[in-house]
Design a binder for this molecule. Structure first.
Ligand SMILES: Nc1ncnc2c1ncn2[C@@H]1O[C@H](COP(=O)(O)OP(=O)(O)OP(=O)(O)O)[C@@H](O)[C@H]1O
Length: 299
C-alpha cells in the first residue's frame, strides 16, 4: 500500500498554548511530511502532549495555528487521515479485542486488513480476550493496533512503547518503520532516546514549551562536543576528575569512564600518567548525552 510521500502532513506555525498562568507551548514552528518520522523529545512537562493535542483538535491554540493535511484539525476529513495512540486510552474493559478492532476499523472507508493489524501489533492469541483482563503491555499493543487499523497517513504515537517488553518493542519498531516506508508521517514522543535514535529521521527537542534543537539525530549529536573515554587504568578517579578538561569520571571495578570535551588532551594525559593503561575506547556523544546537554542549557 504505497502512499504519496510528498506534502506536509502536519504543521505547527507559531503555535502557543497556556493553561492559566502556565505556558505549555510558546510559539513552536514544526512540520512533518509523508514518509518521515519526527521524534518529539523533551523532559516531563516540556509540552509534547500539548503539541499533539493541538494537532488533533483536542485543544485550540491561543496563538498561531496548526494544520493537518492543510486543513484545520477541527475538520473531520483531516482527522480521518490520522491514527492516534495517546498515553491514556480509556477503552471499555468489557469489550473483546476483536470487537474493539472491528468497531474501530468500521469507522474507516478503507481500513487495514484484520490479519494485517493482528500481525503488525502482535495480537496473536489475544483477539478473544476482554480488554480489561489484559496486562498493561498487552493493552498497549491493542491501542497500537487501533491507531494503525485505519491505514493512517499520519500517526501520532505518544510514548507508545512504555511498559512493553523487549520483543513487543522490537515488533512495534518494525511496524513503525514499515509504515514510514509506506509513506506514513509519524510523530513520536518518547523518553527512550535509543528509540528516537533507532527510528527518527528528525528530532525536535522541546523544553519549557519551546523548540531548543531540531535536526537529524546526527546533527543533534554533533551539537555536543562531548566524548566518552573508557579504559582499564589504575589511576585514581578523583585525581583524574580534578583535571580541568574532565567533566566527570566514574570507576567501575578496574575500568574508568571519563566524559570530556577535550578527548585528545585527556587521552594524552592518561597515557602519560599510566603506562599500564589498556582497552582504551573513545566514543562521541550519543543522542542521550546531547539531550542532557541541550535541555540543561535551555534550563
Ligand atoms: N489540563 C492542564 N491544566 C493545567 N496545566 C496543564 C494541563 N495539561 C498540561 N499542563 C501543563 O502544561 C505543561 C506541558 O504539559 P505536557 O503534558 O504537554 O508535557 P509533556 O512534554 O507531554 O510531558 P510528559 O513527558 O510528562 O508527558 C506542563 O507544565 C503541564 O503541567
Amino acid at each position: 500500500m504505497q502512499q504519496a510521500r510528498s506534502g506536509t502532513a502536519v504543521a505547527w506555525r507559531g503555535a502557543s498554548k497556556r493553561y492559566g498562568g502556565i505556558v505549555a507551548l510558546d510559539g513552536i514552528d514544526l512540520e512533518v511530511r509523508g514518509g518521515e518520522l519526527l521524534a518529539l523529545l523533551g523532559p516531563n512537562g516540556a509540552g509534547k502532549s500539548t503539541a499533539i493535542a493541538l494537532a488533533l483538535g483536542l485543544l485550540r491554540a491561543d496563538a498561531g495555528e496548526v494544520m493537518l493535511f492543510g486543513r484545520a484539525p477541527a475538520e473531520l476529513e483531516a482527522r480521518r487521515g490520522c491514527g492516534v495512540m495517546l498515553q491514556s486510552a480509556g477503552l471499555p474493559d468489557s469489550l473483546k479485542v476483536r470487537e474493539l478492532l472491528e468497531l474501530t476499523r468500521s469507522y474507516y472507508a478503507a481500513p487495514r486488513g484484520l490479519d494485517d493489524c493482528v500481525g503488525m501489533a502482535g495480537l496473536d492469541g489475544l483477539m478473544d480476550r476482554r480488554y480489561g483482563r489484559l496486562s498493561g503491555g498487552q493493552q498497549r499493543r491493542v491501542q497500537f493496533a487501533l491507531a494503525i487499523c485505519g491505514a493512517p497517513r499520519l500517526l501520532f504515537l505518544d510514548e507508545p512503547t512504555t511498559g512493553l517488553d523487549l520483543d513487543a518493542r522490537t515488533m512495534l519498531w518494525a511496524t513503525i518503520r514499515r509504515m514510514v516506508g509506506e509513506g506514513c508521517a509519524v510523530v513520536l514522543t518518547t523518553h527512550y532516546l535509543e528509540e528516537a535514535e533507532a527510528l527518527a529521521d528528525r528530532v525536535a527537542v522541546l523544553a519549557g514549551g519551546r523548540i531548543v534543537a531540531c535536526g537529524s539525530v546526527q546533527q543533534i549529536r554533533a551539537r555536543v562536543s562531548q566524548r566518552r573515554i573508557r579504559c582499564v587504568s589504575a589511576l585514581d578517579a578523583a585525581r583524574v576528575g580534578a583535571w580541568p578538561e574532565v567533566r566527570s569520571v566514574c570507576r567501575d571495578g578496574e575500568r574508568i569512564e571519563i566524559v570530556t570535551d577535550y578527548a585528545e588532551t585527556v587521552v594524552r594525559q592518561l597515557l602519560f600518567e599510566d603506562s599500564g593503561l589498556s582497552q582504551l575506547e573513545v566514543q562521541r556523544a550519543g543522542l542521550a548525552d546531547a539531550f542532557v546537554e541541550i535541555t540543561r542549557e535551555a534550563a
